[in-house]
Write a new protein. Sequence first.
Length: 158
Amino acid sequence: MRNEAGSPKVFSRAQARVKAESYCAYQERSQYEVRNKLYEWGLHQKEVEEIISELIESNFLNEERFALAYTLGKFRIKGWGKIKIKQGLKLKRVPDKMIAKSLKAIDPDDYIAKLKSLIEKKAATLREPDPYKMRYLLGRFAASKGFEQDLISDILKD
């Protein structure tokens, strides 16, 4: 939000809290995202920390719930592997314990099935006669999606 002069719009504490509540209600957010948004709105550190703690108390902000939603969303919708999901959560400054807990929510059978289906879809689009090059290209693709190398090689052997 910008005013006529083009500088960021500054909100009062009460306005910022209401906006932060709707920001959190729209989709799950990490504390890091909300904190950055509050600073963007021109609030000072003391006010930001007070609003963050109020949002946590009123359950608008829940880091564990965010980590789980992020993990399952990126896995089911984007087809990301655990490595890429973990990196994304680290960028959002989610604690390691919560990252580990949310990654455990992914069913191992679904994880392998997702990797197989991604590899099969990609293999259908590639026109490579050499099986070694094909395996290399598929392995590189699966690794870019964040899947573990040992799991990729096990599936590509089949």
